[in-house]
Write a protein that binds this ligand. Sequence first.
Ligand code: S3P
Length: 176
Amino acid sequence: MNAGKSIVLIGFMGTGKSSVGRILERQTGLDRFDTDEMISSKFSMPIQEFFSKHGEDKFREAETEALHSLTGKQSAIIVTGGGIVTKAENVDLLRELGTVVWLDGDYETLRARIDRLADRPLLQTADPPVSLSELLQARNPLYQNAADIRVDISQKTPEEIAELILKNIRNFPIGE
Ligand code: S3P
């Protein structure tokens, strides 16, 4: 297998990147790397603690390092944190790694999942639904710009999303 032909999942918090990544790992037999897990394990602390100790800028740097460490490796399923696209350098690295798949969730879909996002530092604000809406609006053009493939996640299970990705990805051969 050549390097640089991974499936790279991007998208807002709560769009199911982790679940879909696990399903894709099972179905393709490829290794799975999750940038949040990589950072958490490298610094031996949960992401929330990393944010409060070191701040968002340092977290973005850690994401860049995680992506760098994945370049030149075998094809894999790569799961990223929702803010990875906020740094232009990261977008170049994502593209270098393989086919970038955007799990696109609309406000209503994500709003319904907001309780599950209570541990996300960027939503620990006075008004989480408003923060969600603002962040989503700011991020959507960035996901759009970075993505090769967009999958609308509303009303879909992670299994259905994984199936759609594998169907779509035929035009972007992986692992060859
Ligand atoms: C973030 C998303 C989180 C995590 C961190 C920052 C963001 O990952 O990387 O809390 O900026 O959107 P998930 O997208 O997996 O929730």
